[in-house]
Design a protein around this ligand. Structure first.
Ligand SMILES: [Ca+2]
Ligand SMILES: [Ca+2]
Length: 155
């Protein structure tokens, strides 16, 4: 009986967190679902050396796109991107690099680590290139907590 009570409190708390999430910037489905609506982590116009965002995936059909955009850049950049899921959540990080003509140069689906552990990459973008990072879940997960994605320019 005691255990049951604890459970319902936790469900109520979760519902509260989800309601808050839906009404704030942490919304999930409908936010950054396509490359066209990707969240900009870096662009050659803005040139922030660091970006961090904490977001929810709300279901198996949700995904979030982020972009490192060097299409207007005059020099190659290098950077690190780390996507850290909550515990009990297995994240997949798709990486899609496009050239200046919007043609796909390469696609990979990084899933080196399991539940609770980050997927990360250190890579580059030459002038004219942009790189999309697509955050997806891997199977049935715990959707009640957000993941964090971080971009750090290294050169
Ligand atoms: Ca989304
Ligand atoms: Ca993984």
């Amino acid at each position: 009986m005691k255990r049951l009570k604890k459970f319902s409190v936790s469900v109520a708390l979760t519902a509260c967190i989800m309601a808050f999430g839906a009404s704030s910037a942490s919304a999930a489905t409908g936010w950054a679902d396509t490359p066209q609506t990707a969240a900009v982590m870096y662009s050659s116009v803005i040139q922030n050396p660091y970006y961090s965002s904490t977001m929810y995936l709300d279901s198996m059909s949700d995904n979030d796109y982020y972009v490192v955009d060097n299409t207007q850049g005059s020099s190659e950049i290098t950077y690190t991107v780390i996507a850290t899921p909550p515990a009990n959540f297995d994240i997949v990080m798709g990486i899609i690099k496009m050239n200046a003509n919007d043609e796909i140069l390469s696609i990979s689906m990084d899933n080196y680590n399991g539940k609770g552990y980050p997927e990360a990459t250190s890579w580059n973008a030459k002038p004219g290139e942009k790189v999309y990072f697509r955050i997806m879940d891997n199977g049935i997960n715990n959707y009640n907590e957000p993941y964090t994605i971080q971009f750090t320019k290294t050169n």
